[in-house]
Design a protein around this ligand. Sequence first.
Ligand SMILES: Nc1ncnc2c1ncn2[C@@H]1O[C@H](COP(=O)(O)OP(=O)(O)OP(=O)(O)O)[C@@H](O)[C@H]1O
Length: 361
Amino acid sequence: MSAAPSPERPWLVADIGGTNARFGLVTRPGGRPGTVAVLPVAEFDGLPAAVEHYLTHHAGGARAAAASLAIAGPVNADRYQLTNASWAGSSTALGIAHVEVLNDFEALALALPQLGSGELASLGGPEPAPYMVKAVLGPGTGLGVAGLVPSRNGWVPVPGEGGHVSAPVVTDLEFEIVRALRADGMPSVDAEHLLSGPGLARLRHGLALVEGTRAAPLPASEIVARLDDSLCARTVEVFCGLLGSFAANVALTLGAHGGVYLGGGIVPRMVSRVNGSDFRRRFEANLVLSGYLTGIATTVIVAEQPALTGAAAWLAHRVAGLDAAGSPAPPRHRPTPPQPALSVPEDAHPEASPAARSSTQ
Ligand SMILES: Nc1ncnc2c1ncn2[C@@H]1O[C@H](COP(=O)(O)OP(=O)(O)OP(=O)(O)O)[C@@H](O)[C@H]1O
């Protein structure tokens, strides 16, 4: 069991993505991470070299008493494997007495109960219901997804690999883009292949193919920045529509009455674009359960490095036995979820009799 953090023996927290490795220190119990630095993953051979660099060059040679590592990829006890970069190994190689390894979106989910209103921006819907299941997702180098479930003993994070489900292709244009990309060599159509930084570039390429034009490749940051370029603007529109449908899929799968939260490296940088897009209409556009989705808030996490906050909360929970999200535990008895406003059109399930439908409600 590790000691509480102090300025002399801080806790190291990290959020390791396919592009960026973010580090910070927690120097007091319950404190938020400070001394934050962001290092490029591609410039280091592996996690131990990046940790060594951070502690030596950004943290005054600090020696960590414990660490919490949020990794963009599957984790198994002390072992990690980045999905979109080469780093892999065991956390024991860091030589730190107590190390927790968790998924990066699991850490982001754990940050949610700690975030203030100034760290969140609405994308539509009602106020998020407290103490109900929450979902978090975010396009970055990849597409992360996780849930956060209230229990009698506090919040329970639910990691997964939801970015690798099939892409939520809905409109004729989206089908045409995917068909063009498939013909151009895209091997499969995971959601992450379209809803990520590389996905934005792929969507723009696909849109150009559909329109019979050629466009020199551009990175995601350029596509988002070029407001007066028609192809870039339409690419962002397609991205936002797909994102709305994907967020709805996650909300429906988890029953996320506590809200769907969006993080990652792209959406927080273009909140007004997403707000002015088809995102929310696509989120609510479900033939059977539109009323259910209308009652679910969609919110962008605009906090600085929120996954570090979640990684610190997880360590506090594991070391000091605090609620996993570092916040007061939810009520012992879960409130009844709002009843979904089911409005089933007569022709939605032509094979089902009214009696059969009502028995499922
Ligand atoms: N200003 C910007 N606008 C839009 N996209 C951007 C911007 N800056 C960076 N990106 C894109 O964000 C992605 C990186 O996002 P993020 O910082 O979440 O990565 P990461 O945490 O390393 O990745 P992941 O956790 O998904 O593996 C890159 O694909 C990059 O092109």
